[in-house]
Ligand binder design. Structure first.
Ligand code: B12
Length: 222
Protein backbone atom coordinates (compact mmCIF):
# COMPACT_ATOMS: atom_id res chain seq x y z
CA UNK A 1 0.00 0.00 0.00
CA UNK A 2 1.30 3.45 -0.87
CA UNK A 3 1.13 5.87 2.05
CA UNK A 4 -1.68 8.39 1.85
CA UNK A 5 -2.79 7.28 -1.58
CA UNK A 6 -4.34 4.58 -3.67
CA UNK A 7 -2.45 1.28 -3.76
CA UNK A 8 -1.01 -0.08 -7.00
CA UNK A 9 -3.46 -2.96 -6.77
CA UNK A 10 -6.42 -0.58 -6.56
CA UNK A 11 -5.06 1.49 -9.46
CA UNK A 12 -4.64 -1.66 -11.51
CA UNK A 13 -8.30 -2.47 -10.82
CA UNK A 14 -9.28 1.06 -11.86
CA UNK A 15 -7.36 0.63 -15.13
CA UNK A 16 -8.83 -2.84 -15.70
CA UNK A 17 -12.36 -1.54 -15.23
CA UNK A 18 -11.76 1.60 -17.31
CA UNK A 19 -10.60 -0.53 -20.25
CA UNK A 20 -13.63 -2.81 -19.96
CA UNK A 21 -15.83 0.30 -19.81
CA UNK A 22 -14.01 1.78 -22.82
CA UNK A 23 -13.21 4.94 -20.88
CA UNK A 24 -10.16 6.51 -22.60
CA UNK A 25 -9.58 9.30 -20.12
CA UNK A 26 -9.86 7.12 -17.00
CA UNK A 27 -7.66 4.41 -18.57
CA UNK A 28 -4.99 6.89 -19.54
CA UNK A 29 -5.02 8.50 -16.10
CA UNK A 30 -4.76 5.18 -14.26
CA UNK A 31 -1.90 4.04 -16.54
CA UNK A 32 -0.06 7.32 -15.94
CA UNK A 33 -0.65 7.06 -12.18
CA UNK A 34 0.78 3.53 -12.16
CA UNK A 35 3.82 4.68 -14.13
CA UNK A 36 4.17 7.53 -11.65
CA UNK A 37 4.31 5.00 -8.83
CA UNK A 38 7.17 3.23 -10.54
CA UNK A 39 5.23 0.32 -11.97
CA UNK A 40 6.94 -1.11 -15.09
CA UNK A 41 5.07 -0.52 -18.35
CA UNK A 42 5.09 -4.17 -19.37
CA UNK A 43 3.75 -5.19 -15.95
CA UNK A 44 0.90 -2.70 -16.28
CA UNK A 45 -0.01 -4.16 -19.68
CA UNK A 46 0.27 -7.76 -18.48
CA UNK A 47 -1.43 -7.44 -15.11
CA UNK A 48 -4.12 -4.83 -15.72
CA UNK A 49 -4.77 -4.36 -19.44
CA UNK A 50 -4.52 -7.75 -21.16
CA UNK A 51 -6.86 -9.40 -18.61
CA UNK A 52 -9.38 -6.60 -19.25
CA UNK A 53 -9.32 -7.26 -23.01
CA UNK A 54 -9.85 -10.96 -22.32
CA UNK A 55 -13.01 -10.10 -20.36
CA UNK A 56 -14.15 -7.83 -23.21
CA UNK A 57 -13.66 -10.70 -25.66
CA UNK A 58 -15.62 -13.10 -23.45
CA UNK A 59 -18.48 -10.60 -23.07
CA UNK A 60 -18.51 -10.10 -26.84
CA UNK A 61 -18.62 -13.86 -27.40
CA UNK A 62 -21.59 -14.12 -25.01
CA UNK A 63 -23.32 -11.25 -26.91
CA UNK A 64 -23.37 -9.17 -23.72
CA UNK A 65 -21.65 -6.37 -25.61
CA UNK A 66 -21.30 -5.57 -29.32
CA UNK A 67 -18.63 -4.33 -31.70
CA UNK A 68 -18.84 -0.61 -30.80
CA UNK A 69 -18.12 -1.45 -27.16
CA UNK A 70 -15.17 -3.66 -28.14
CA UNK A 71 -13.86 -0.78 -30.26
CA UNK A 72 -14.14 1.60 -27.32
CA UNK A 73 -12.13 -0.79 -25.16
CA UNK A 74 -9.52 -1.11 -27.91
CA UNK A 75 -9.33 2.71 -28.09
CA UNK A 76 -8.85 2.92 -24.32
CA UNK A 77 -6.08 0.30 -24.61
CA UNK A 78 -4.41 2.35 -27.33
CA UNK A 79 -4.71 5.55 -25.31
CA UNK A 80 -2.62 3.87 -22.61
CA UNK A 81 -0.13 2.50 -25.13
CA UNK A 82 0.73 6.08 -26.19
CA UNK A 83 2.43 6.41 -22.80
CA UNK A 84 3.44 2.81 -22.13
CA UNK A 85 5.01 2.15 -25.56
CA UNK A 86 7.85 4.67 -25.20
CA UNK A 87 8.37 3.49 -21.60
CA UNK A 88 8.83 -0.12 -22.74
CA UNK A 89 11.51 1.03 -25.14
CA UNK A 90 13.28 2.85 -22.28
CA UNK A 91 12.88 0.17 -19.66
CA UNK A 92 13.79 -2.85 -21.71
CA UNK A 93 16.39 -1.14 -23.90
CA UNK A 94 19.17 -3.40 -25.18
CA UNK A 95 21.34 -1.49 -27.59
CA UNK A 96 22.99 -3.99 -29.89
CA UNK A 97 21.10 -5.35 -32.87
CA UNK A 98 20.46 -9.04 -32.69
CA UNK A 99 18.56 -9.58 -35.88
CA UNK A 100 15.91 -8.33 -38.26
CA UNK A 101 12.23 -9.14 -37.89
CA UNK A 102 9.45 -8.43 -40.35
CA UNK A 103 6.15 -8.43 -38.46
CA UNK A 104 2.51 -7.95 -39.33
CA UNK A 105 -1.03 -9.13 -38.75
CA UNK A 106 -2.06 -11.64 -41.37
CA UNK A 107 -4.38 -10.90 -44.30
CA UNK A 108 -8.05 -10.37 -43.45
CA UNK A 109 -7.28 -9.60 -39.81
CA UNK A 110 -7.16 -6.05 -38.43
CA UNK A 111 -6.38 -6.88 -34.78
CA UNK A 112 -3.09 -5.20 -33.96
CA UNK A 113 -2.89 -4.34 -30.25
CA UNK A 114 -0.99 -7.53 -29.42
CA UNK A 115 1.18 -7.38 -32.54
CA UNK A 116 2.17 -3.82 -31.62
CA UNK A 117 3.29 -4.92 -28.15
CA UNK A 118 5.30 -7.79 -29.61
CA UNK A 119 6.93 -5.36 -32.08
CA UNK A 120 7.77 -2.98 -29.23
CA UNK A 121 9.28 -5.71 -27.08
CA UNK A 122 11.38 -7.00 -29.96
CA UNK A 123 12.60 -3.47 -30.65
CA UNK A 124 13.33 -2.92 -26.98
CA UNK A 125 15.37 -6.10 -26.97
CA UNK A 126 17.62 -4.96 -29.76
CA UNK A 127 15.90 -6.33 -32.84
CA UNK A 128 15.51 -4.25 -35.98
CA UNK A 129 11.75 -4.42 -36.56
CA UNK A 130 9.89 -3.78 -39.79
CA UNK A 131 6.20 -3.52 -38.93
CA UNK A 132 3.94 -3.97 -41.95
CA UNK A 133 0.79 -3.19 -39.96
CA UNK A 134 -2.36 -5.24 -40.22
CA UNK A 135 -4.29 -7.13 -42.91
CA UNK A 136 -0.95 -7.91 -44.58
CA UNK A 137 -1.05 -10.08 -47.73
CA UNK A 138 1.21 -13.12 -47.69
CA UNK A 139 3.44 -11.89 -50.54
CA UNK A 140 4.03 -8.57 -48.73
CA UNK A 141 5.69 -10.41 -45.83
CA UNK A 142 8.00 -12.18 -48.24
CA UNK A 143 8.71 -9.08 -50.32
CA UNK A 144 9.76 -7.08 -47.26
CA UNK A 145 11.74 -9.95 -45.75
CA UNK A 146 13.74 -10.24 -48.97
CA UNK A 147 14.20 -6.49 -49.26
CA UNK A 148 15.65 -6.05 -45.77
CA UNK A 149 17.27 -9.49 -45.63
CA UNK A 150 15.28 -10.40 -42.52
CA UNK A 151 16.09 -13.22 -40.17
CA UNK A 152 12.54 -13.79 -38.97
CA UNK A 153 9.02 -13.29 -40.30
CA UNK A 154 6.60 -12.87 -37.37
CA UNK A 155 2.88 -13.17 -37.95
CA UNK A 156 0.01 -12.25 -35.64
CA UNK A 157 -3.39 -13.92 -36.07
CA UNK A 158 -6.52 -13.42 -33.99
CA UNK A 159 -9.09 -14.49 -36.55
CA UNK A 160 -9.54 -18.18 -37.30
CA UNK A 161 -10.79 -17.30 -40.78
CA UNK A 162 -7.35 -15.90 -41.64
CA UNK A 163 -5.40 -19.00 -40.63
CA UNK A 164 -5.33 -20.45 -44.17
CA UNK A 165 -3.18 -17.46 -45.18
CA UNK A 166 -0.46 -18.56 -42.75
CA UNK A 167 -0.48 -21.96 -44.42
CA UNK A 168 -0.21 -20.10 -47.76
CA UNK A 169 2.81 -18.22 -46.42
CA UNK A 170 4.59 -21.47 -45.56
CA UNK A 171 3.65 -22.91 -48.95
CA UNK A 172 4.80 -19.88 -50.90
CA UNK A 173 8.12 -19.74 -49.05
CA UNK A 174 8.64 -23.40 -49.94
CA UNK A 175 7.73 -22.82 -53.58
CA UNK A 176 10.13 -19.90 -53.83
CA UNK A 177 12.92 -21.95 -52.26
CA UNK A 178 13.08 -19.46 -49.36
CA UNK A 179 11.85 -21.65 -46.52
CA UNK A 180 15.34 -22.03 -45.03
CA UNK A 181 16.22 -18.39 -45.46
CA UNK A 182 13.63 -16.96 -43.05
CA UNK A 183 12.57 -18.36 -39.69
CA UNK A 184 8.83 -18.18 -39.03
CA UNK A 185 7.13 -17.24 -35.78
CA UNK A 186 3.40 -16.91 -35.05
CA UNK A 187 1.21 -15.77 -32.18
CA UNK A 188 -2.22 -14.37 -31.33
CA UNK A 189 -5.41 -15.95 -30.05
CA UNK A 190 -6.25 -17.87 -33.23
CA UNK A 191 -3.09 -19.96 -33.18
CA UNK A 192 -1.69 -22.52 -30.76
CA UNK A 193 1.70 -24.11 -30.27
CA UNK A 194 0.38 -27.38 -31.67
CA UNK A 195 -1.20 -25.75 -34.72
CA UNK A 196 2.03 -23.90 -35.49
CA UNK A 197 4.04 -27.12 -35.29
CA UNK A 198 1.51 -28.94 -37.45
CA UNK A 199 1.66 -26.41 -40.29
CA UNK A 200 5.45 -26.28 -40.21
CA UNK A 201 6.02 -23.01 -38.34
CA UNK A 202 8.99 -23.34 -36.00
CA UNK A 203 8.25 -20.46 -33.59
CA UNK A 204 5.22 -19.78 -31.41
CA UNK A 205 4.84 -17.23 -28.63
CA UNK A 206 2.01 -17.03 -26.13
CA UNK A 207 2.82 -13.40 -25.23
CA UNK A 208 5.31 -10.63 -26.02
CA UNK A 209 7.93 -11.91 -23.58
CA UNK A 210 7.85 -15.38 -25.07
CA UNK A 211 8.01 -13.77 -28.52
CA UNK A 212 11.38 -12.27 -27.57
CA UNK A 213 12.68 -15.56 -26.13
CA UNK A 214 11.56 -17.47 -29.22
CA UNK A 215 13.04 -14.88 -31.60
CA UNK A 216 16.39 -15.13 -29.83
CA UNK A 217 16.24 -18.91 -29.99
CA UNK A 218 15.37 -18.88 -33.69
CA UNK A 219 18.24 -16.52 -34.37
CA UNK A 220 20.63 -18.92 -32.67
CA UNK A 221 19.46 -21.60 -35.06
CA UNK A 222 20.21 -19.58 -38.17
C1 B12 B 1 -9.98 -5.70 -29.37
C2 B12 B 1 -10.69 -6.69 -30.26
C3 B12 B 1 -11.18 -6.21 -31.50
C4 B12 B 1 -10.90 -4.80 -32.01
C5 B12 B 1 -9.46 -4.76 -32.58
C6 B12 B 1 -8.79 -3.42 -32.42
C7 B12 B 1 -7.33 -3.49 -32.72
N1 B12 B 1 -6.79 -2.36 -33.11
O1 B12 B 1 -6.66 -4.51 -32.60
C8 B12 B 1 -12.02 -4.63 -33.10
C9 B12 B 1 -13.23 -4.00 -32.47
C10 B12 B 1 -11.63 -3.83 -34.34
C11 B12 B 1 -12.32 -6.10 -33.41
C12 B12 B 1 -12.93 -6.51 -34.58
C13 B12 B 1 -13.31 -7.83 -34.83
N2 B12 B 1 -13.19 -8.88 -33.98
CO1 B12 B 1 -12.17 -8.81 -32.34
N3 B12 B 1 -11.47 -8.92 -30.61
C14 B12 B 1 -10.87 -8.04 -29.86
C15 B12 B 1 -10.57 -8.67 -28.48
C16 B12 B 1 -11.66 -8.27 -27.51
C17 B12 B 1 -9.23 -8.32 -27.83
C18 B12 B 1 -7.96 -8.60 -28.66
C19 B12 B 1 -6.79 -7.86 -28.06
O2 B12 B 1 -6.40 -6.82 -28.55
N4 B12 B 1 -6.25 -8.36 -26.91
C20 B12 B 1 -5.15 -7.70 -26.19
C21 B12 B 1 -3.81 -8.03 -26.84
C22 B12 B 1 -2.68 -7.34 -26.08
O3 B12 B 1 -3.62 -9.43 -26.73
P1 B12 B 1 -3.34 -10.37 -27.99
O4 B12 B 1 -3.85 -9.79 -29.22
O5 B12 B 1 -3.78 -11.74 -27.63
O6 B12 B 1 -1.74 -10.37 -28.11
C23 B12 B 1 -0.86 -11.02 -27.21
C24 B12 B 1 -0.58 -12.49 -27.57
O7 B12 B 1 -1.60 -13.12 -28.29
C25 B12 B 1 0.72 -12.46 -28.29
N5 B12 B 1 0.78 -12.20 -29.74
C26 B12 B 1 -0.04 -11.49 -30.53
N6 B12 B 1 0.41 -11.42 -31.77
C27 B12 B 1 1.57 -12.11 -31.80
C28 B12 B 1 2.47 -12.36 -32.85
C29 B12 B 1 3.58 -13.14 -32.61
C30 B12 B 1 4.55 -13.41 -33.72
C31 B12 B 1 3.82 -13.68 -31.31
C32 B12 B 1 4.99 -14.54 -31.08
C33 B12 B 1 2.93 -13.41 -30.27
C34 B12 B 1 1.82 -12.63 -30.51
O8 B12 B 1 1.39 -11.39 -27.64
C35 B12 B 1 0.48 -10.33 -27.37
C36 B12 B 1 0.94 -9.53 -26.20
O9 B12 B 1 1.07 -10.31 -25.04
C37 B12 B 1 -10.59 -10.19 -28.86
C38 B12 B 1 -10.87 -11.14 -27.69
C39 B12 B 1 -9.68 -11.99 -27.29
N7 B12 B 1 -9.90 -12.81 -26.29
O10 B12 B 1 -8.61 -11.92 -27.88
C40 B12 B 1 -11.66 -10.21 -29.97
C41 B12 B 1 -11.63 -11.31 -31.02
C42 B12 B 1 -10.21 -11.61 -31.45
N8 B12 B 1 -12.37 -10.70 -32.13
C43 B12 B 1 -13.14 -11.54 -32.76
C44 B12 B 1 -13.96 -11.21 -33.87
C45 B12 B 1 -14.88 -12.32 -34.37
C46 B12 B 1 -13.93 -9.95 -34.48
C47 B12 B 1 -14.72 -9.49 -35.71
C48 B12 B 1 -14.81 -10.52 -36.85
C49 B12 B 1 -16.12 -9.07 -35.22
C50 B12 B 1 -17.10 -8.69 -36.31
N9 B12 B 1 -18.21 -9.39 -36.29
O11 B12 B 1 -16.85 -7.84 -37.10
C51 B12 B 1 -13.93 -8.24 -36.13
C52 B12 B 1 -12.79 -8.60 -37.08
C53 B12 B 1 -12.39 -7.57 -38.02
C54 B12 B 1 -11.18 -8.04 -38.82
N10 B12 B 1 -11.32 -8.13 -40.13
O12 B12 B 1 -10.13 -8.34 -38.26
C55 B12 B 1 -13.04 -12.95 -32.17
C56 B12 B 1 -12.19 -13.88 -33.04
C57 B12 B 1 -12.71 -15.30 -33.05
C58 B12 B 1 -11.85 -16.16 -33.92
N11 B12 B 1 -11.11 -17.07 -33.30
O13 B12 B 1 -11.83 -16.02 -35.11
C59 B12 B 1 -12.47 -12.62 -30.73
C60 B12 B 1 -11.64 -13.78 -30.11
C61 B12 B 1 -13.69 -12.28 -29.83
C62 B12 B 1 -14.57 -13.48 -29.51
N12 B12 B 1 -14.43 -14.04 -28.33
O14 B12 B 1 -15.36 -13.86 -30.32
N13 B12 B 1 -11.91 -6.92 -32.40
Amino acid sequence: MVKGGVSEEQLCKVLYKAIIDGDDAASEKAALDLLGKGYKALDIIKSCMVPAMKVVGDMFARLEIFLPEVMMSADAFEACMKHLGPKILEEERREFIKGKVVIGTIQGDIHDLGKNIVALMLKANGFEVYDLGRDVPVDEFIKKAREVNADIIAVSALLSTSLPYIKDLVKLLNELGLRDRFKLMVGGGAVTREWARKVGVEGYGEDAEEAVRVALKLLGKK
